[in-house]
Design a protein around this ligand. Structure first.
Ligand code: SAM
Ligand code: SF4
Ligand code: F3S
Length: 487
């Protein structure tokens, strides 16, 4: 399939649909005598968050206002759910919420319900919406986001449910989308789209299409603009950032993007995700030497058994994986290594699972996202006949979790008594007067601020400070702010 390159010069239909929606919503506002509101609920990874920032930017460009009723998704006039197909119970969340939205639509016939995201690439989910949820106005998938205004306009014109699922490998450049960035200090920047790896359990290559990389110069323009607007942290996104640029003609690699972002001068440059097969020594060296590149590598291991890795279509051996892990540990001082692991992949024996446990101990991950294998219709592994019984999966999962939690706690305990620079994200859920932030190695820190250094009436989101750690928890570390480091 060919790649559709789009930029702000060829968006005539996008613009005219946006204008038409602006007129529609302003007359709705006049009819109701109040502002028309929207709310967006996002599941899944940072790529979905980034998509939601674009969708929200578009909703705002139609003249809509974010609902003030935080958490009350169903009370908005336009309700949008951006779904994920990986997380456990994704379907329960979606269909549970759809039940709740029904009463909103009953109360106000003008309410608009929109469902998008990776779950919409699974035919049975779309069928269920068609069959049982007629009040859903619009359904589309991640490969149609650049057409959102056109699709919404068409569904309103027809006054009936519009389902638009397709396969457009678009690549958006320049200022094609209005983006409503959710964080004051952190900007999400997708540098590539899609995935070509077809790991046998994974829906992503079907949901997001073929791998394609953005133009290097355009990424640099966007990064410079973000820096000039005061963003302290940038997060470079892709399903496999290390294969950035493989199909571009300028020869630029991920190392070039990382270096450019670091040169621009952000306080922090982060990236997600790396595939072990493509991670280069050059990138590890850059992480080791550049003070503003995060000392954190997220490298999905998936399994410790070579037999299972092969059936997953992960083209590396566990020995190669552990070599990369020790290279990272020896080169990047104070670095943290995190991973994804799937338990109970079809055909996984007790022996295979024990190899995973051994590898986890050897790699000594600072944290891990652990998943119980679950069937994704349409993927190769869904047809494997040797699926593992649920009770065996759960039992193995609990054993893995115990070992990984102990490792994470140990990694956190090592930080006690030391000081770290923390980028402040805001108030913590841990309790009143407590703030939260992350170290350069991506450790979550909850901390208090002594009264004598507490700035008056100032929003601390995006500030940097030095925190002395005095306590370790399984998933975070606690401390006290000694001073601000950005003044
Ligand atoms: N591209 C990233 C990589 O390969 O490192 C991973 C992105 S994927 C959206 C996030 C994680 O979801 C995967 O690494 C895998 O552990 C997990 N995952 C994907 N499909 C799954 C499935 N069918 N069952 C359980 N876990 C799954
Ligand atoms: Fe899924 Fe594999 Fe692609 Fe990651 S690399 S998104 S796990 S297919
Ligand atoms: Fe989920 Fe799609 Fe991301 S399946 S994890 S939202 S790429």
């Amino acid at each position: 399939m060919s790649i559709v390159k789009i930029d702000s010069n060829d968006n005539t239909e996008f613009k005219s649909a946006t204008e038409e929606l602006g007129v529609y919503f302003s007359s709705l506002a006049a009819k109701k005598g109040r502002k028309i509101t929207y709310n967006v609920l996002t599941y899944g990874c940072q790529l979905n968050e980034s998509d939601s920032e674009k969708l929200e930017g578009m909703l705002m460009s139609f003249g809509l206002t974010h609902t003030e009723e935080e958490g009350e998704l169903a009370k908005a006039d336009v309700i949008l759910m951006n779904t994920c197909s990986v997380r456990e119970n994704a379907d329960k969340h979606l269909f549970g919420n759809l039940g709740v939205f029904k009463s909103s639509v009953k109360q106000d016939k003008d309410t608009i319900v929109i469902i998008c995201g990776c779950m919409m690439k699974v035919e049975e989910n779309v069928e269920r919406i068609r069959r049982s949820y007629p009040y859903v106005d619009l359904v589309f998938d991640p490969q149609q986001i650049h057409r959102f205004p056109v699709l919404l306009r068409d569904s309103l014109r027809k006054s009936k449910q519009l389902v638009n699922i397709g396969a457009i490998d678009y690549i958006a450049e320049d200022d094609y989308f209005p983006i409503a960035r959710q964080r004051k200090f952190r900007a999400l920047v997708p540098i590539m789209y899609g995935c070509n790896n077809f790991c046998t359990y994974c829906i992503v290559p079907y949901a997001r299409g073929r791998e394609r990389s953005r133009n290097f110069d355009n990424i640099v323009i966007e990064l410079k603009d973000l820096y000039s607007r005061g963003y302290k942290e940038v997060m470079l996104l892709g399903q496999n950032v290390n294969s950035y640029g493989l199909n571009n003609e300028d020869g630029k690699t991920f190392k070039d993007v990382l270096e450019a972002a670091s040169d621009i001068g952000f306080n922090r440059v982060r990236f997600m995700s790396s595939h072990p097969k493509d991670l280069s020594d050059e990138v590890i060296d850059l992480m080791a030497t550049r003070p503003n590149i995060e000392k954190h590598l997220h490298l999905a291991m998936q399994s410790g058994s070579n037999k299972v890795l092969k059936r997953m279509n992960r083209p590396y051996s566990i020995e190669q994986f552990l070599d990369i892990a020790s290279k990272f540990r020896s080169k990047v001082e104070g670095g943290s290594l995190t991973t994804d692991i799937i338990v109970g992949f079809p055909g996984e024996t007790e022996e295979d699972f024990c190899e995973t446990l051994k590898a986890v101990e050897k790699a000594a991950f600072d944290a891990a996202f652990t998943f119980q294998y679950s069937i994704r219709p349409g993927t190769k592994a869904a047809a494997y006949e040797d699926q593992i019984p649920k009770d065996v999966v759960t039992e193995r999962f609990d054993r893995l979790l115990k070992i990984q939690n102990d490792l994470a706690f140990k990694s956190n305990e090592d930080k006690v008594g030391k000081t770290f620079e923390v980028l402040i994200e805001g108030m913590s859920k841990a309790g009143k007067g407590t703030y939260t932030g992350r170290t350069l190695s991506n450790h979550l820190v909850n901390f208090t601020i002594p009264e004598d250094i507490m700035p008056q009436d100032e929003d601390l989101e995006g500030r940097l400070g030095i925190v002395r750690i005095d306590h370790a928890r399984p998933y975070s570390i606690d401390g006290v702010l000694e001073r601000f480091s950005d003044v």
